[in-house]
Design a binder for this molecule. Structure first.
Ligand SMILES: [Zn+2]
Length: 59
């Protein structure tokens, strides 16, 4: 996913902003990483450039 996408991604549970950590970025594209929500402490992985924003119970 493009780095710019981070600005519009929100937590699917509480709609607050997500923090990116342990990211691997190549040419402005986030290849892998971990999106975490400060509010509900949920974590969403990015694998192969695709963020998995499904709520935990739907994975
Ligand atoms: Zn949240």
């Amino acid at each position: 996913m493009q780095k710019d996408l981070l600005d519009i991604l929100v937590c699917p549970m509480c709609k607050s902003e997500l923090q990116l950590s342990s990211e691997e970025i190549i040419d402005e594209e986030i290849i892998s990483g971990l999106l975490s929500c400060d509010k509900c402490h949920e974590e969403y992985p990015i694998t192969d450039g695709i963020p998995n924003l499904l709520p935990p119970e739907l994975r």
